[in-house]
Design a protein around this ligand. Sequence first.
Ligand SMILES: [Zn+2]
Ligand SMILES: [Zn+2]
Length: 345
Amino acid sequence: MRPEDILLPTPAGVCCKIGGFHIDPTRPVERALITHAHSDHARAGHGAVLATQETLDLMRLRYGDNFAGTTQAIAYGESLDLGGVTVTFHPAGHVLGSAQIEVAANGLTIVASGDYKNVADPTCAPFELVPCDVFITEATFALPVFRHGNPDAEIAKLLRSVALFPERAHLVGAYSLGKAQRLIALIRRAGYDAPIYLHGAMESITRYYESRGTALGELRLARGAAKPNLAGTITICPPSALNDLWTRRFPDPLAAFASGWMRVRARARQQGVALPLVISDHADWDGLTATIAATGAGEIWVTHGQEDALVHWCGTRGLKARPLDIVGYGDEDEAGAPDNGEAEQ
Ligand SMILES: [Zn+2]
Ligand SMILES: [Zn+2]
């Protein structure tokens, strides 16, 4: 049996014919297994959805109650038989509820990692290494130039700037699902205990993280706060809001942006970001290559992003590798254009 007999890559996502399901399909299908709730992986309109409870809850928050015909929750480490194929979900360390999906049949194991990072994150379960024959990896930051470094050092930069400019409001662009909450948790861990302000688009997901046990300290909505009271404060907002009329409610706003793309200074300048913070929820070059090697997989399938460099690297290591060319990944989180985000609410 070839791996393609178990999971067949198609432009709309990988499909398991024997098991009767797709993983993270980009168009509506009968049965979808979803790795995590970012909108490029988790779309509304599937007949049945199997995912972690957190992913299902986050999809419901974003798309409403009728986002799928039926839903089924699966815990990390739990296995399910689907038409003779065994599927098991494992933590991916990317955002709350994110999972790698292990698919095993006829003695062959394929792991679809979704998006992942192999560094600690106080807001989600740590990445678990799953030995496999075929590893499907993302490639968002798959160029040697991308080394994310220590997120605590980036937070220290932010807090130094806040201390240096007590008359200014610091606006930190961050993706609404995952990055925003991780950023707040990291700021708290650094000892900052003043209220942190939120853009309205962040509110429901952030409250959901709190309801799942992530302590984020005192949070307030920027909406309704008096302008002078926002001097010296930190507000977390979608990246798109940084260049929006919305910023006028803040005294002398200073724009920061937390993303792996901030390693490329030209991107920061282009977007008018005064304070780039290199903090990513995706593995960097070292993380990707170390993880690929550690899985022991002899064959690597590469999705969304900089496939070429990673495919080439695999070749130099004697690993069989191919890009998957799935259309539609990378439209929401960091994998997408760095200036996207949600509309103001
Ligand atoms: Zn993602
Ligand atoms: Zn992705």
